[in-house]
Design a binder for this molecule. Structure first.
Ligand code: UDP
Length: 377
């Protein structure tokens, strides 16, 4: 038997934050079970041995939040550099700023424009906003048909492999639309990348001596050794926990094609999106640009890039994005109903909650979950 009151399955953001809270606030021992050889879940980053460049192994992760509580909390474990995310997108051989802002609108129109002229262009579609039921309708209501076809439709088809009419409107609400020259990707007050990398941030989160991390350990291998009164906080896939007995929830996975290129600078920025459907990848990441303050790797005549391809998830692949269709939402609530029968079992994180969360939302959810479901009992 594993003799502990608390077991956390998964050492991504949700799991690590909740383990930290249990150890610090409750002063209790907690075992964190991680099937991978490293902590950090999909935020994991590592220094590339050949170039010294820190690479986000599961795609670019930029910390951004406007939530004071989350920002204060995470700053106990890492400080952040002043990186602000700016993304470019290539459509039909031309490069534009994304999300759509006044510069994008001017570039598409091949002329300069004032904010009020830009508003006039966007305005006529906006009356459709309240009746937009899917991603396509919402995007057209926000930016019009031409810009939707130029920047959204092809990228979305590649990313989700679904007609944008079948996808929920919330996905596109992640992107702001601006009629000024603010070219930031995010609106959030606080933004940056951990000064010493995500890996060190997670090491600090899990540094309390009351936390024991078991790496390379699949939950299924210890499941039978868990006492019935142990509280299990499970951040893996909820359907997998129940052996997919009602069917599998759909996910999108990502495949990364890594390359070390013998140039100082490959694309001039961290992320370039590829809007056209006939380019097979969705974006290219170039990691040295997250840390211009790290002079040696930054100035090196080598750079690490990776091309990101979206694909269908199947067992054995990493799950990244929940596919929020009506079918999947119904299935999720059936699994959640099933989970209610187990008072010592809590599901959380992107996988356990089947939520398209950014890192700050996962932290907030973990802090709330600790206060409402762990602390109270
Ligand atoms: N999107 C798009 N074109 C872009 C960027 C995003 O059509 O250049 C759409 C696409 O549907 C995507 C959604 O906006 O799934 C949300 O994008 P975000 O960058 O937030 O996705 P993430 O960074 O989480 O992969």
């Amino acid at each position: 038997m594993i003799d502990t009151k608390y077991i956390v399955v998964g050492s991504g953001i949700f799991g690590s934050v909740i383990a930290e809270r249990i150890a610090t606030i409750l002063n209790e021992f907690v075992v964190v079970v991680e099937k991978r050889p490293n902590i950090g879940g999909n935020c994991y980053s590592a220094i590339d041995e050949q170039t010294g460049i820190e690479c986000h192994r599961f795609g670019s992760h930029i910390f951004h939040t406007s939530n004071e509580k989350v920002w204060q909390y995470i700053n106990q474990f890492s400080s952040f550099n002043d990186y602000r995310h700016k993304v470019l997108t290539i459509s039909n051989g031309q490069v534009y700023f994304m999300p759509i802002n006044l510069k994008t609108l001017c570039d598409v129109a091949h002329k300069s424009m004032s904010p009020s002229e830009a508003k006039q262009i966007l305005e006529p579609n906006r009356k459709e906003l309240d009746i937009a039921h899917n991603l396509e309708e919402k995007a057209i209501a926000l930016i019009g048909e031409e810009l939707y076809r130029k920047f959204i439709r092809g990228y979305t088809l590649k990313q989700w492999n679904k007609d944008p009419k079948e996808l929920p409107p919330e996905i596109i609400s992640r992107l702001p639309v601006r009629t000024n020259f603010n070219t930031d990707y995010f609106n959030d007050l606080y933004q940056g990348v951990p000064v010493n990398g995500y890996f060190n941030m997670f090491k600090k989160l899990l540094a309390n001596h009351k936390i024991k991390v078991l790496l390379n350990t699949d939950f299924s291998s210890i499941r039978s050794q868990i006492a019935s009164d142990t509280k299990v906080i499970y951040t893996g896939m909820i359907d997998e926990y129940f052996d997919f007995c009602l069917g599998a929830l759909e996910w999108r996975t990502l495949n990364f094609e890594w390359e070390t290129v013998p140039v100082q600078d490959y694309q001039g920025t961290t992320v370039v999106n590829y809007a056209d459907e006939d380019v097979p990848y969705t974006r290219i990441h170039e990691f040295k640009h997250y840390h211009p303050e790290r002079k040696d790797p930054y100035e090196l005549e080598q750079t690490v890039i990776c091309k990101e391809y979206s694909g269908e998830w199947s067992l054995g692949k990493e799950a990244y994005y929940p596919v929020n269709t009506i079918r999947n939402q119904k299935l999720l609530s059936q699994y959640q109903k099933m989970a209610l029968k187990y008072p010592n079992l809590i599901f959380g994180g992107r996988l356990g909650s089947y939520c398209y969360w950014d890192m700050d939302k996962a932290i907030l959810a973990a802090l709330d979950c600790f206060e409402s479901k762990v602390l109270e009992k």
